[in-house]
Design a protein around this ligand. Structure first.
Ligand code: 3PG
Length: 382
């Protein structure tokens, strides 16, 4: 793999894949949650210092291959300009109709997932992207688990390099998984169950404790025959869960939960045993007993990998479980690796970012990599 930092790339047009998939509120990036922009900064500066022009490519959310204003990267431009300290040309045109891209120093393409070809890993589209530049640099670890055109197929058509942030992630995560100190605890919560269930199976032989919250836990509980009411589950992962030994002693699911009759808890909340959940309940956090149970396992662990909050942690009333886990990891003295936008948002708000050994820019990508899966975006650079 060719490292950008060891290269002598000068005066080129560089296609730079970054991941600016950030939480936005009212069309604005929350400035304390722009860690993925900051992670890409060393690569951007390195390229500019050597007289290169940069075409930035990113996705935002999952617009499903359709032009959708709600997922536009436009609101990010002024924020990027402030951080990078350079004017950025925003390219709103459909790039499929362009012969070249006019780029003074840095430009940003509109959300690459507005093109259906991106998620199809379409070769013709990748070739088009490649035609705008001289080299390709991937600095987006967090999307390397996706075999998409701007991550994988594009590497067929240009000389490729690994950006500074991606190289650092690989280095740190490799060291962390080589000989992890046991007991190893893996904590998985949040949404996006399809990526997570896949890795839980891989972690079963490697980890000593696997603690689950969020949609993954709800889905496993329902497979085990528990009532989960109207909680979010992920039906598409049920076959994968059925193949796993769901009764495996290492898999710890919540024993009690915080429920409400509505997603915002307007009508009040109750903490109940799992067996007490009824048909119209929605599970929105783990309960105190579950938090104590998880924290006792965290205390025993020497390596901890965590991705995904235990419930709807963006709301204060449903964040206690997630906060308890965060505090316990921070105090544990274990080597801890944390990833995923929602998880990072919680610890950032709590002001305890410095209590963890390493904060990855990746969520699903981090879990897949640590579980030993080959990531298409990284394989393609080899
Ligand atoms: C992430 O936030 O984990 C990455 O940006 C990948 O997003 P995705 O899960 O929508 O592919």
């Amino acid at each position: 793999m060719k490292l950008l930092k060891n290269s002598k790339i000068k005066n080129k047009i560089v296609l730079l894949r970054v991941d600016f998939n950030l939480p936005m509120e009212n069309g604005r990036v929350l400035s304390d949650e722009d860690y993925r922009v900051k992670a890409a900064l060393p690569t951007i500066k390195f390229l500019l210092k050597n007289g290169n022009k940069i075409i930035l490519i990113s996705h935002l959310g999952r617009p499903n291959g359709r032009w959708d204003e709600n997922y536009s990267l436009k609101p990010l431009v002024s924020h990027l300009e402030d951080i990078i300290g350079e004017k950025i040309n925003f390219i709103e045109d459909d790039i499929r109709g362009l012969e070249k891209i006019n780029c003074d120093k840095i430009c940003l393409l509109e959300n690459i997932r507005f093109y259906a070809e991106e998620e199809e890993n379409n070769e013709k589209f990748a070739k088009k992207l490649a035609s705008f530049a001289d080299i390709f640099v991937n600095d987006a670890f967090s999307v390397c688990h996706r075999a998409h055109a701007s991550v994988e197929a594009v590497t067929e058509f240009l000389p490729c390099f690994i950006g500074l942030s991606l190289a650092r992630e690989i280095d740190i995560l490799d060291k962390a998984i080589k000989n992890p100190a046991h007991p190893v605890a893996v904590i998985v919560g949040g949404l996006k169950a399809e990526t997570k269930v896949k890795v839980i199976g891989n972690f079963l032989p490697k980890a000593d404790f696997i603690m689950l919250g969020g949609v993954v836990a709800n889905t496993i509980l329902s497979v085990r025959g528990e009532e989960v009411g109207r909680s979010i589950i992920s039906p598409e992962v049920i076959p994968a869960i059925k193949k796993m030994k769901v009764a495996d002693i290492k898999l710890t699911v919540p024993v009690d939960v915080v429920v409400s009759k509505d997603l915002d808890g307007v009508g009040g909340t109750t903490t109940i045993q799992i067996s007490g959940v009824v048909k119209d309940d929605i599970i929105l956090d783990i309960g105190g007993k579950s938090a104590d149970l998880f924290c006792s396992l965290i205390k025993k662990s020497k390596t901890i990998i965590w991705n995904g909050p235990m419930g709807r942690a963006d709301m204060e009333i449903f964040s206690n479980g997630t906060k308890a886990i965060a505090k316990a990891i921070g105090r544990s003295g274990a080597y801890s690796i944390i990833g995923g936008g929602d998880t990072i948002a919680v610890i950032n708000k709590m002001g305890i970012m410095d209590k963890f050994s390493y904060i990855s820019t990746g969520g699903g990508a981090m879990l897949e990599y640590l579980a030993g899966n080959k990531l298409p975006g990284i394989e393609a650079l080899k």
